[in-house]
Design a protein around this ligand. Structure first.
Ligand SMILES: CC(C)(COP(=O)(O)OP(=O)(O)OC[C@H]1O[C@@H](n2cnc3c(N)ncnc32)[C@H](O)[C@@H]1OP(=O)(O)O)[C@@H](O)C(=O)NCCC(=O)NCCSC(=O)CCC(=O)O
Ligand SMILES: NC(=[NH2+])NCCC[C@H](N)C(=O)O
Length: 344
């Protein structure tokens, strides 16, 4: 069985193994034991209630219960940009026009912004390639929505996700080569690593301060503005199907898109409902796959179960109930895994 649970100290080696497989550009999952260990501690402290809003971050793992192997990770930052400034470029327009000469030029321009300050952020989504099957990617990404629905008051009204931008097989980012490199004088991978390991002061010190006319960037850099890494296309598709949209904000390093959605408009949050657990013989009819989570803050669990998304009782066997950390009479939250027209 596959379950989502809060990260624990014993997961460090599992996280290191996952970090080694990302291929780069997944900023918040660097191959660095100290950073990952601090991240685990921060997550544990978040659950224990000892941190201010700007420091809070929940980390979850996907575990295969038989082997207890950790095969995926996902996270939520509660409120970004409250400790250090949170930068994005807004991809907008500047118009230069002369009526007299009948000349009109609308120039695409990148404007530095801190517009997402305070938003909650979905991040650090990674599933071991061997486990990209049977809805695991959906479970990993969307389980966060059941947690947010259950503990809604802990999160901001706006949720964002910064998607990994385009880099080639050698880790080179066309956007960085044309823009960031001029100012930061280092490889993209180093800048990404510094950010991921918390050494972010250099950004404010070195970054360009003025709007950037994108016509002056290389054609390769222009082409990847708002585009995702090929392996991030599924992550983007999952969020867009839940209601997230690209609203012209991009990453300052690799040009990857920021997706955003009002928390109460996320499909899985909006449509999720409570149902009562009954331990027994589950129905064998052809029911849709649902995302199910307990409402136990400290022992949160989520998993995929075939169930009637509209039923007022959820019949599950004892093994499933144990994995979900619940028993007969408990209320759990449930939502159809995919919008009606889709099947996993
Ligand atoms: C993101 C996941 C976990 C998703 O898992 P899977 O690959 O198993 O997902 P899947 O079920 O195969 O696909 C999910 C949906 O994407 C669609 N899909 C698949 N390939 C696609 C492509 N090339 N272009 C467009 N859509 C595509 C599928 O048809 C399906 O949608 P339909 O059902 O509609 O057909 C994985 O791919 C992964 O670990 N990727 C590498 C890491 C990564 O780049 N992570 C994101 C970094 S950015 C980040 O972390 C912030 C975002 C966040 O936290 O959510
Ligand atoms: N455009 C970027 N490189 N942003 C970082 C992408 C990955 C992702 N948001 C993370 O959690 O690390």
């Amino acid at each position: 069985m596959m379950i989502i649970r809060p990260v624990e100290r014993g997961d460090l080696s599992g996280l290191m193994a996952l970090a080694g497989k990302t291929g780069g550009g997944l900023t918040s999952l660097p191959v660095d034991e100290k950073t990952l260990s601090e991240r685990i501690e921060r997550s544990i402290n978040t659950w224990q209630g000892g941190l201010s809003k700007g420091d809070q971050g929940y980390v979850f793992v996907l575990e295969e219960t038989a082997s207890r192997k950790v095969v995926g990770i996902c996270a939520i930052e509660v409120a970004v940009g409250l400790n250090d400034p949170w930068y994005n470029y807004r991809f907008g327009t500047l118009v230069h026009a002369s009526k007299e000469l009948n000349i009109y030029n609308a120039l695409p321009t990148l404007f530095l912004s801190n517009d997402h300050t305070g938003s909650s952020e979905l991040c650090t989504l990674f599933l071991d390639a061997d486990w990209r099957k049977e809805g695991n990617g959906y479970l990993l990404s969307k389980s966060r929505f059941l947690f947010m629905a259950a503990f809604r008051e802990r999160f901001n009204d706006k949720v964002v996700a910064e998607m990994r931008g385009v880099i080639d097989e050698h880790g080179h980012s066309p956007f960085w080569e044309s823009l960031g490199n001029r100012f930061f004088s280092m490889e993209f991978s180093r800048a990404d690593y510094l950010c991921g390991t918390g050494q972010k002061a250099f950004i404010a010190e070195l970054m360009p301060k003025h709007p950037i006319y994108t016509d002056f960037l290389s054609p390769e850099a222009q082409a990847v503005i708002g585009e995702v890494h090929p392996q991030t296309a599924p992550a983007r598709a999952v969020l867009e199907a839940e209601g997230f949209r690209y609203r012209n904000y991009v990453d300052i390093f690799d040009g990857g898109p920021t997706l955003e959605c009002d928390i109460d408009r996320v499909r899985a949050i909006r449509k999720s409902r409570m149902t009562e657990v009954v331990i027994g013989q589950p129905a064998t009819d052809d029911l849709p796959v649902c995302l199910v989570a307990n409402e136990n803050y400290h022992n949160f669990r989520a998993m995929l179960i075939k169930a009637n998304p509209k039923g007022d009782r959820l019949i599950i066997d004892a093994t499933t109930a144990e994995a979900l950390n619940c028993s007969t009479g408990d209320k759990v939250r449930l939502v159809r895994l995919c919008p009606e027209e889709k099947k996993v």
